[in-house]
Each structure stands twice: as structure tokens, then as C-alpha cells.
Write a new protein. Structure first.
Lengths: 466, 383
């Protein structure tokens, strides 16, 4: 019960940080603060709040302050943002506007709460057993709690010969997830219920946002009900909530959030939404190393679609493809420099011995097919892929939709290339990474499938200019 | 064609497609494995198990295995039948087991004699129908054949030592003798527990328990979508088809989910969420180590603690509880020797290295250590 109470307080803190930051930053820059639906305000407030929290704590790590001083700063800032929200409210300005279909919205909300309660009921007795969670991510938060937020982490070899640095096997990973866990560790030693509550809240708010977006696209109510069912009965997504503490589902949330806000921006190009997209995009590399790959893919997709017309895009893609073929046939670039070898060849990439990746084909088809179709990780969802690809290619879509389509296609090809062509193949064969990386794309994929279904009911609404 | 005619035709053909897909897959499954001798008669192994005296008994045609006091029984098949791999399916009828019991079919071939034997986890359903893997079907000679019964007594099942497993019969037979729908029902009833160690997979590659179900539904659904694109009935009918398929899968998922709930309730009700009850002893060790270091060290929070031992769970949990110090796990004695220069460094020796601590703690050569605590399952030394 204490854990749940703490979740409530933590979610309130995140909402204050998110909504307060939005009001304050838009006011300072001089942008208009538009109203949102209550669900949109809370959901975006929560996710921007998480971004603000992680960015703030990442910043505080530079100053080597005590935990008490850090808590004072964080608390002080939260109070300032609460005052900002209060001031805005008492000036008679509103942050929300009413939904059109309040009854439908209430039913969707009630179903999300019901599904969350079922997950909670299944998971509340289960101890925090997910191995990586407590050995790595929560462990790092505990190390900050005991040794300060600025503690240095190293790998085992360096740790043995250094006297002060702490050992954590994730020392080369971004701090985001552990920083999200950090307040739970500081205020509540029984981490699991607090973590479970936080994951359920985040996932519920994400489902609510997707439902809102489908409603805007003209999806019938039954389709939105079906969305809730799909989101809460896709086995591996739910497993990640039943055993909370992994970063992948956060990454999945932020990838989808970028797509949703981009669509909002396409509807009404409010300048504040640009900042929201930047915040969500920045959150990706703050959570996991893969975040850099998703961020680059998003940046490429966005630039190609938004800045260039169809002919220009085809020329750019043709140039890139020719460069790739040329590079492949010539055997790539191999240079000896004073800083070490610089090899970018079809066999390997070696950047001055600082980053190294070798390429070799490994047949991982069986493992991929088992992971995607037969292990019951994703239920029947991947049977929709061919139809989605046809829908992406054969129909006209607005630019924001094109960005999400291109992002998904490049991300999926990257996923396949990673496991077919690099040493990561071993993680596909023993299933240690193949499903987890796919999970990061799943909410985005589910959303795209549902836009396809929506287009069947309301073909005009989803079509747009190319 | 009018809209109503298209709708009626769509549903009729969709229904026919479901039956056709099921029949085709049934036929295809029955004809898999041409090398199998389809005329070979079943081999009954029920009374051919070499179980220690007193552990195996029969009441009213039900055979019971008593697991009292043990967590693992390796039961050899007494007289291995000639060429058993001509049968590709192992069926345990009337299996009565528990969620924490796992059954495995284990075999050894002349080629694998000096290596790890082959092992296949069996389905825990009441009618346990197990299509044995390719490795079994490719084995030409079997030198050893075992049925393994394992009780998972960790993580909350600690008091469950008096388990009993029972069955009506154990038979090796051909897959073509099994009704595919009966096998499907058996698979759909299989309990899939929540995977604790890692979230990478929902069920392991070898289990793939719902594969046959998903193949049928997935192909049917794909054909139904193609049919929709050809016949173009109103979109709601496609959505209803999708929902129908999804409900079928979700029903299986929900059934397994409810079984997970009851399993967790039995297993973890008395445990708090921080694993304390599960690793109570580790927590006690951590508290003792904490006290000893508080007394011995001038800078306890900066004390470097190296943990060495073989049990991964024990080592990692101990590290987790000692993160108020500069704690880490090491793998070799050489790693410990690298920290000799640090006068605020401690080592916790766990099994099987406890013997290094029994007399004068010694890591080899001239390196002697100050022993701070020696307990039955750990030893704390200062370097």
C-alpha cells in the first residue's frame, strides 16, 4: 500500500514537472499555450515530466552534491512549477478543453483501469525477480542513494584497480532508467509496488493517447475498444509490466509519442509541439544505447520526408543506394591514421580502435520467425505486416504519417540487419535480445496497424497530401 | 452483388476457409516425418520405469511417484525397446502434476556419450502429448533413456517437499496416431509460467506451446483479409473477423493469466516484494557482514567488498544487499590479489571456496588474510 501511495505522489510530481515545464517554457519563449483534452494534458504532462526529471538529474550529477541537496533542488523546482500551474489557473486561464465523446472516453478509461488492476493483481505478490532489473538498473539507483548521484561507475577490470569508483555492469549505458527508479529507492525500500504502479500509469496513459489519436482519425468506438484489448493482451508487452524494471518499454513509449505528436503537429502546427517532439526525441538516447539508433533513424526519416518532395527523395535514395553499391563493390574504405585504423568495409567497421563492429551473415531466420510468430510473444500481430506494407506503399498519406511509416520500415530493416549481419546474431539464436528490441517498436507497429484499420472505416480522413 | 449478398458470402467463405486451413494443417502434420514407421505399434513404458523401491505404486490403475524428500528423480527406462526413435511422440495420459514440477525426456546416443545428453521438456497438461524434437527422430541408436521429474523448490516453493506425481500410462507412439485436435487441446491447456530470469522470451524455443494454434489462426486470418480485399464487404465485418481471432487467442492468454495468478498466490503470498523471504539467509549474511565491517573499517561506506563463489543468485543478492559499500563480484582468486594494495578491502568467500577459510585464511603463496567472520556458509576476510 505504501508503494502505491508513493506511486501516486511520484506521478503527481511528474505531472507537476511536465505541465509546469510546458507552461513556463512556452511563456518564456513567448509561444501560445494551447488547451488540450484532459487525457492529453495528463499523458503529455507525465511523459514530459519524466524527461524533465531525467534531464534535471543528469544535470545535477555534474555538481557532486549530496542527496539532501539534490532532493532540495528537485523539490524546490517542483514547488516552483506547482506555483506556476496555480498562478496560470488562478489567472482564469485554462489548460484543458472538454472532450466531444466523454462517455466513450470514460469507458476507455475504465477499461484501462480494469486491465491495470488485473495486471496489478497478478503481479503484486510477485517479488522483483527480473534479473537485469535488480542486478543492474535498481542496483545503480541504490548505489546513487548510498554514494551520491555523482558516483562514478566502471567495468570490473577498472574497478579492481581503482579505489573509489563503483562497479556496475551497465556503466557504459545511459542513466535514464535508473534515474527514473532513483526517487523510488530514496523514499521507499520496497521498490516493486512503486515500480509496478509507475509502469502501469505510463502504459495506461500511452494507450489513452493512442485511442485519442485514433478518434481524431475517425476510428469507430469499437475499434478503439479493440485497441485497448490488443494493448492489454499482447503477451510480451504485458510481461514487461508484470515484471517491471526494464528500459525497453520506456523506449517503446517515447518512439510512439514522437509519432503521435508529429501527427498532432501535422493537424495544427502549434510551435509548442515542436519542443515536445524535441524533448521526446532527446529522451531516446537518455534511456538506452539503442535510443541513438532510433533517434538517427527518426532524424533521417523526418528530414527526408519533411524537407524534400517525392522526386528529390527518390534522387537522394538513389544516390545513397549507388554509394552503398559502389562502397560494397570497391571493398569500402581502409585508412591507417595516427589515431589508429579507420576501416569502413563490408567486413568490418573500425573507428580508430574506439568502436568496432564486424559483419558476417548468420542464418537466424528460424529464431526470428519463432520470436515473431510462434512463441506467442506478439499474439497474431505480425500476420498484419504484409498488409501494412501494402497500405504504406499503395495509399496516399500525409507527411507526418509518411515519417512514421519510413521510420518503422528503416527501423525494422535495421533490426533484421543487426541480427543477420552482425555478431548480435548470437543474441537472436538464444533469444536474449531479439524480442526485447522488437518490443521497442511494438507500440509504434500496433498504432500503424490501427491507422490501417481506421482507414477502412474512414478512408478520407487518413488520406492527405503527399 | 448486393451488399447483403457480399456479407453473407464473405462469412460463408471465411468459415469454409477456417475449416480448410485446419484440415490442411492437420493433414500436413499427420504426414510429417516420413521416416517414421507408421505401422509400428505403441510402446507402453508405464511399468518399464526403474524407480527406487517404495517411490512407485499403483492405486486403481493410477501410477503414483512419491517425491518425498527429493527434488529430482532421474528414472531410467529399464529395457530400452528396440529402435525407440521410430516413434516420434511421447504421451502421458492422466498426468496429475503441480505447477512447480517439470518433466523431461532425456536420452543419450553413442555420439553424445561423453557430452551432455539430449533433453526435452514435456508438456504438463493432463493429456501430455509431446511431439519429440528432430534430435530424437535423428538418433539412430539410444544407449540411455530417462524420464526426469524435477521439483522447483526455489522462490517460494521451499516447503513443498512432499509432492506426488501420477499418471495412467506413458506411451511412445507415432504422431499419426494422435488426433491433431486432441494435441491442440493439450497444448492450449499447457501452463506457461511468468518467466522470471529474463523477459526476452515468453516461452522457450523448444516449447513453442501455442505454435499449432497460432499457425491455424494466423493463416486463416491472412486469407480472410485477402478475401475481404476481394469481396469488399463493409469494414466492420473485417474488424469482427479480426476480433473473433483475437478473442480466441486472448481466451487462451486469459486462461493462462488466471493460472499464473493462482500460481503466484500460492507461491508468493507470504513473501514480501523485496525478495526478503526468498533470500532470507542472504539478507542475514549481508547484515552480519555490515556489522563486521562497521566495526573493522574506518570508512565503512568506502570499503571495497569482493564476493566470490559459485551460486549466481546468492552472489548477486548478497551484492545487492551490500551496495552501501563499494561491492562487486569477482570470478578468480587473481582478481582478489589485484586489490591487495587497498587496506580497506574485504572478501566474502562463499561455497565452494569456504575451505580456504577454515584454518589460516590463505589465497596461495605468502598471502595470508585476517578472518573476521567464519560462518557455516560464508567467510569474511580482510586483505
Amino acid at each position: 500500500m505504501t508503494g502505491l501511495l508513493f506511486t501516486f505522489v511520484y506521478v503527481c510530481y511528474l505531472l507537476i514537472m511536465g505541465i509546469g515545464l510546458r507552461i513556463a517554457s512556452l511563456y518564456v519563449i513567448g509561444y501560445t499555450i494551447h488547451t488540450r483534452r484532459l487525457s492529453g494534458l495528463l499523458a503529455h504532462g507525465f511523459f514530459i515530466g519524466l524527461f524533465a526529471h531525467v534531464a534535471l538529474l543528469n544535470g545535477l550529477q555534474l555538481f557532486n552534491l549530496s542527496n539532501g541537496a539534490n532532493t532540495l533542488i528537485i523539490g524546490g523546482l517542483a514547488i516552483i512549477f506547482a506555483v506556476v500551474i496555480g498562478y496560470y489557473h488562478f489567472r482564469g486561464l485554462s489548460l484543458i478543453h472538454k472532450s466531444k465523446n466523454r462517455k466513450q472516453q470514460l469507458i476507455i478509461f475504465a477499461l484501462i483501469v480494469l486491465a491495470s488492476l488485473l495486471i496489478f493483481y497478478n503481479s503484486h505478490n510477485v517479488p522483483n525477480l527480473a534479473w537485469d532489473t535488480w542486478t543492474v538498473w535498481i542496483a545503480r539507483a541504490k548505489q546513487w542513494y548510498y554514494h551520491g548521484l555523482s558516483a562514478e561507475f566502471v567495468q570490473p577490470d577498472q574497478w579492481l584497480i581503482q579505489s573509489k569508483a563503483l562497479l556496475n555492469l551497465s556503466s557504459h549505458y545511459p542513466d535514464g532508467l535508473s534515474l527514473i527508479v532513483y526517487p523510488i529507492v530514496v523514499f521507499n525500500d520496497t521498490i516493486k509496488p512503486g515500480l509496478l504502479g509507475l509502469y502501469l500509469t505510463a502504459y495506461g496513459l500511452l494507450v489513452l493517447l493512442v485511442s485519442n489519436r485514433l478518434e481524431k482519425l475517425g476510428a469507430p468506438f469499437i475499434l478503439r475498444l479493440f485497441l485497448v484489448l490488443v494493448m492489454y493482451s499482447t503477451p510480451l508487452l504485458i510481461n514487461h509490466i508484470l515484471l517491471p524494471g526494464y528500459a525497453d518499454i520506456w523506449l517503446a513509449c517515447y518512439i510512439l509519442l514522437i509519432m503521435l505528436v508529429l501527427l498532432d503537429y501535422n493537424d495544427q502546427p502549434k510551435r509548442g509541439l515542436r519542443l515536445t517532439i524535441i524533448a521526446y526525441a532527446l529522451m531516446l538516447p537518455m534511456l538506452k544505447l539503442e535510443g541513438w539508433a532510433w533517434l538517427l533513424i527518426f532524424f533521417f526519416s523526418h528530414t527526408l520526408i519533411m524537407w524534400f518532395g517525392i522526386k528529390q527523395r527518390l534522387i537522394i535514395l538513389a544516390v545513397l543506394l549507388s554509394a552503398f553499391i559502389f562502397w560494397f563493390l570497391l571493398g569500402g574504405i581502409s585508412l591507417s591514421t595516427p589515431w589508429g585504423p579507420l576501416n569502413i568495409t563490408p567486413a568490418e567497421i573500425n573507428l580508430f580502435n574506439k568502436a568496432y563492429l564486424s559483419f558476417a551473415f548468420t542464418p537466424v531466420t528460424d529464431a526470428l520467425i519463432n520470436g515473431i510468430f510462434w512463441q506467442f510473444n506478439w499474439s497474431l500481430l505480425w500476420f498484419g505486416l504484409p498488409f501494412l506494407l501494402f497500405y504504406m506503399v499503395l495509399k496516399n498519406h500525409n507527411k507526418a504519417q509518411q515519417v512514421s511509416h519510413l521510420f518503422f520500415m528503416i527501423a525494422f530493416i535495421t533490426y533484421l540487419a543487426l541480427f543477420y549481419l552482425t555478431p548480435a546474431a548470437k543474441y537472436a539464436l538464444d533469444f536474449t535480445a531479439v524480442n526485447r528490441i522488437l518490443l521497442q517498436l511494438m507500440p509504434c507497429y500496433i498504432f500503424l496497424i490501427f491507422t490501417l484499420l481506421t482507414s477502412l472505416f474512414n478512408p478520407k480522413k487518413t488520406d492527405g497530401l503527399v | 452483388m448486393t451488399t447483403s449478398a457480399r456479407i453473407v458470402s464473405y462469412w460463408l467463405i471465411t468459415g469454409l476457409l477456417l475449416i480448410t486451413v485446419s484440415l490442411v494443417i492437420n493433414w500436413q502434420q499427420k504426414n510429417q516425418g516420413q521416416a517414421i514407421d507408421h505401422h509400428a505399434s505403441p510402446i507402453n513404458l508405464t511399468t518399464g520405469l526403474d524407480i527406487p523401491r517404495g517411490r512407485y505404486y499403483q492405486i486403481d490403475g493410477i501410477f503414483h511417484v512419491d517425491m518425498t524428500g527429493t527434488t529430482r528423480l532421474e528414472i531410467p527406462i529399464k529395457d530400452i525397446p528396440e529402435n525407440p526413435t521410430r516413434h516420434d511422440t511421447l504421451v502421458i495420459k492422466g498426468l496429475n502434476s503441480h505447477p512447480h514440477i517439470k518433466l523431461f525426456w532425456q536420452w543419450q546416443t553413442p555420439e553424445s556419450l561423453n557430452t551432455t545428453p539430449y533433453q526435452y521438456q514435456l508438456n504438463g497438461h493432463r493429456q501430455s502429448i509431446n511431439r519429440l524434437p528432430t534430435d530424437w527422430r535423428n538418433s539412430t541408436e539410444i544407449t540411455q533413456l530417462n524420464l526426469i521429474i524435477e521439483a522447483d523448490i526455489t522462490l517460494g516453493f521451499v516447503n513443498n517437499y512432499d509432492t506426488e506425481v501420477s499418471w495412467q500410462s506413458i506411451e511412445l507412439l507415432n504422431h499419426s496416431d494422435i488426433n491433431p485436435m486432441q494435441q491442440l487441446a493439450s497444448e492450449l491447456n499447457t501452463f506457461v509460467p511468468l518467466n522470471f530470469v529474463s523477459l526476452n522470451l515468453h516461452s522457450s524455443n523448444h516449447e513453442l506451446v501455442y505454435r499449432n494454434f497460432l499457425i491455424r489462426l494466423g493463416f486463416w486470418l491472412s486469407l480472410a483479409v485477402v478475401l475481404y480485399l476481394i469481396m469488399k464487404p463493409p469494414a466492420i465485418h473485417l474488424l469482427l473477423t479480426l476480433m473473433l481471432a483475437w478473442f480466441a487467442v486472448t481466451a487462451v492468454y486469459a486462461y493462462n493469466f488466471t493460472r499464473q495468478v493462482s500460481s503466484h498466490n500460492i507461491r508468493f503470498t507470504n513473501n514480501d516484494s523485496a525478495l526478503n523471504k526468498i533470500d532470507q539467509r542472504v539478507l542475514e549474511v549481508a547484515n552480519q557482514v555490515n556489522n563486521a565491517i562497521q566495526k573493522d573499517s574506518q570508512h565503512p561506506s568506502a570499503a571495497k567488498i569482493l564476493i566470490i563463489g559459485s551460486d549466481q543468485f546468492e552472489k548477486h543478492r548478497l551484492k545487492y544487499y551490500l551496495l552501501n559499500h563499494n561491492t562487486g563480484i569477482v570470478n578468480t582468486i587473481d582478481d582478489i590479489l589485484k586489490t591487495l594494495d587497498n587496506n580497506n578491502s574485504y572478501t566474502i568467500l562463499l561455497e565452494p571456496l569456504l575451505s580456504l577459510c577454515t584454518k589460516e585464511p590463505n589465497l596461495g603463496g605468502t598471502v595470508t588474510l585476517k578472518r573476521l567472520v567464519l560462518d557455516k556458509d560464508y567467510c569474511l576476510v580482510r586483505l
